[in-house]
Design a protein around this ligand. Structure first.
Ligand code: GTR
Length: 392
C-alpha cells in the first residue's frame, strides 16, 4: 500500500468514526440550587420543580398576569353538526374573557367521535401556527396533514384545534401590544409574558372547556404543536399539569432542543431573540451567545412535564431545529420520571429515520423528511397514547 492510499484510507476511517455531537457541561437537573440531590417526589415537587419553573418564567417565557380568568365563558358559536360521514360530531365553541383593559374571544373547533357517547373520548388539542383556512378548516373542504382530523377521529380520538393568532398575534414588531396581552397590560416589562406563553394559555383555556364536556375524557388529553407551536406545546405541558401529554413537534431552539450541545447548523438564542423578540420575555435576550454558560437548559422544561407523558419529535432533514439536541433533552430529562418510579426515554442510541422510541413515558421519534407536522407524526403521537392505555 502506498503512502497516499494509507492517508486516503485513514481519512475515510476518520470520516466514518467522526464523533457525533455530545452534550457538554449540562446543568444538573436533579440537584437543587442549594446543592442538595433530589431523592424523592416530595422534594422534586416542593423544591426543585418550583425552582425550575421560576427560572423559565423569569428568564425565558415571561410571567402571566392571569391563569383562568374569572370572567371566562364558553358558548356554542354554531349549532352542532354531524360530519365525516356520520363518524364525528363537530362543535364550534367561542371562548371569551374580560380583562381590566379589554375583552376578547376566539373560536375553536372540536371533532368528537360519535363513539364518545359510549365512553368519553380522549383527544388532542392542536395549537395551529399555520394559516387556519388551509390547515384547520372546520368544513373539511380543505384538508391538510397538519391536522388530519378524519384520521384522528378514525383512531378513536377527538381532534380539537385553534389558531394561535386568535389569542395573540405572531408579530415580531407588535411587541405584545395586542391580543390577550393587551387585555391585562399596556406595553411590557422585562419579565412579562411573550407570545409563546399567551398561545400556551390559549391551549389551557380550550382544556378548561374540555373539562365541561361530558363526551370528552379531560384526563386523557394531549396538547400538540409544531415548530413555534411545538415550543408552545412544551410550555403548555410544563405549566398546566392537567395535560396528560405534550406532543412537541420539530420544536428546536427554545423548545425541546438542548443548548449545551454544539450544533452549528441549528438556530441560536441570538438569532431567535432577534428574529422573534415577541415570543419570549425581554430578559431572554441576555442569554444570546451564552448557551454554554447558562445554568439552565431546555431538558429542564421537558422534565417539568413529569410524571405525565411527553413526545418529542424531529425530522431527519431539519438541522435548523437540531435533532440531536431535541433527542438529548428527552434523555437528560428522564431522571425526573425515575423519581416517580417511571421510565423516561428508553433508548441507547439516536434512532434512524423512521424509528420511534416509545417504551417509557418519554417518546422520541425521528421522521424521515423536512420540517413539518405530518400524518406520520400524528400516528406516532396516537401510537404513544394507545400504548399508555388512553382508550382502555
Ligand atoms: C423559524 C424559527 C424556528 C421555528 C420556525 C417555525 O423561522 O427560526 O424557531 O419555530 O420558524 O415556527 O416555523
Amino acid at each position: 500500500m502506498t503512502k497516499i492510499s494509507i492517508a486516503a484510507a485513514l481519512g475515510t476511517c476518520m470520516a466514518v468514526f467522526a464523533a457525533e455531537p455530545e452534550p457538554k457541561n449540562v446543568p444538573e437537573l436533579i440537584t437543587t440550587k442549594s446543592g442538595e440531590k433530589v431523592t424523592s417526589v416530595e422534594m422534586w415537587e416542593k423544591v426543585r420543580r418550583p425552582e425550575l419553573m421560576e427560572i423559565f418564567l423569569e428568564n425565558e417565557y415571561g410571567r402571566r398576569p392571569v391563569e383562568r380568568p374569572e370572567s371566562l365563558a364558553f358558548e356554542l358559536a354554531e349549532p352542532d353538526k354531524v360530519m365525516m360521514d356520520g363518524k364525528a360530531v363537530r362543535k364550534r365553541v367561542r371562548v371569551s374573557w374580560k380583562g381590566p383593559l379589554a375583552s376578547q374571544s376566539f373560536v375553536f373547533t372540536a371533532f368528537i367521535p360519535v363513539t364518545a357517547k359510549e365512553r368519553p373520548a380522549p383527544g388532542f388539542i392542536l395549537i395551529c401556527n399555520r394559516p387556519a383556512a388551509a390547515n384547520i378548516d372546520p368544513e373539511r373542504v380543505k384538508r391538510s396533514e397538519f391536522w388530519p382530523a378524519e384520521e384522528i377521529v378514525a383512531r378513536g380520538y377527538a381532534a380539537l384545534a385553534f389558531w394561535n393568532g386568535d389569542v395573540a398575534p405572531d408579530d415580531p414588531k407588535g411587541d405584545c401590544s395586542k391580543g390577550v396581552h393587551a387585555c391585562w397590560a399596556k406595553g411590557r416589562t422585562a419579565n412579562s409574558w411573550g407570545a409563546l406563553s399567551a398561545w400556551a394559555w390559549g391551549a389551557s383555556r380550550v382544556l378548561d372547556w374540555v373539562e365541561t364536556e361530558p363526551l370528552l375524557d379531560a384526563k386523557h388529553f394531549g396538547v400538540v404543536g409544531h415548530s413555534r407551536g411545538g415550543k408552545t406545546a412544551l410550555l403548555a405541558g410544563a405549566t398546566d399539569t392537567r395535560f396528560a401529554m405534550a406532543c412537541v413537534n420539530d420544536s428546536g431552539c427554545s423548545g425541546a432542543k438542548l443548548n449545551h450541545i454544539r450544533l452549528p447548523k441549528s438556530e441560536s438564542i441570538a438569532r431567535i431573540t432577534k428574529a422573534f423578540p415577541h415570543w419570549f420575555c425581554l430578559n431572554y435576550r441576555e442569554f444570546a451567545g451564552k448557551e454554554f454558560e447558562m445554568d439552565f437548559d431546555q431538558h429542564m422544561l421537558v422534565a417539568l412535564v413529569a410524571p405525565r407523558a411527553v413526545a418529542i419529535a424531529s425530522a431527519s432533514k431539519d438541522d435548523w431545529a437540531g435533532q440531536r439536541g431535541e433527542y438529548s433533552s428527552a434523555l437528560l430529562a428522564s431522571p425526573a420520571w425515575a423519581l416517580y418510579g417511571k421510565k423516561g426515554l428508553v433508548s441507547s442510541s439516536f434512532p434512524k429515520p423512521g424509528e420511534a422510541r416509545q417504551e417509557g413515558t418519554v417518546s422520541y421519534h425521528l421522521r424521515p423528511g423536512i420540517h413539518n407536522l405530518t400524518l406520520h407524526d400524528w400516528n406516532r403521537y396516537m401510537d404513544f397514547a394507545d400504548r399508555l392505555g388512553w382508550k382502555r
